[in-house]
Design a protein around this ligand. Sequence first.
Ligand code: PGA
Length: 237
Amino acid sequence: MKKLIVANWKMHGSRPMATDLVRAVAEQADTCAGRVEVVLCPPAIFIHEISELLSRSVVALGGQDCHAEAEGAYTGDISAAMLKEAGCAYVIVGHSERRAAHHEQSGAIRAKAQQAIGQGLVPIICVGEPREIRESGQAVAYVTAQTGASIPSSGDFVLAYEPVWAIGTGLTPTSEDICDMHAQLKQLVPSTRVLYGGSVNAANASGILALPSVDGALVGGASLKAEAFGNIIRAAE
Ligand code: PGA
């Protein structure tokens, strides 16, 4: 199966930076077209313009979050339908930074995923354990319970296993720990793509992506550098 490589820009970038980075990524991704699927998730304000830049590219777009309701009095929020209209095919929901800073619970994330599916988007649902849970040996039980509570009852979605302690830290789980977790998740949601995220970079991508249960990667920091992200795309081929 084709690997899926998703860039999560988080709250980084500017219009000039976005334009340069998107051009470079599109060039790399189009060279690997048919062998790797690439999705960029920039800050929402850049999506429309980037969508035009990507009109002749295989690179797809995603949002970083959406609201669980279709529309309404939710100042500052963005709906799944708006993301779709701006050119998105995907949306990240339940990222650990939102679970922590915006107190998002798994039930709310499930509702966002359901809303996204209803609007024709594929939600990328993030799950992962904090450091103390990993150290206590309860990571698999914690993540499978979190997954069960976060996934919608029907529709196509992608799961991203992102240990909280691995995000932006340069730390990654062992290959064995990644395989263990992915095997459990695949048992829970057969035929769903399961990505790994957390400190994926140009140096470790080929090792992580070679693991048979890893269907792709969700990349934060390294997705902001054209060369590093290009290497990750090539590693996924
Ligand atoms: P990182 O972030 O690659 O910078 O660790 C991954 C993520 O938060 O999705």
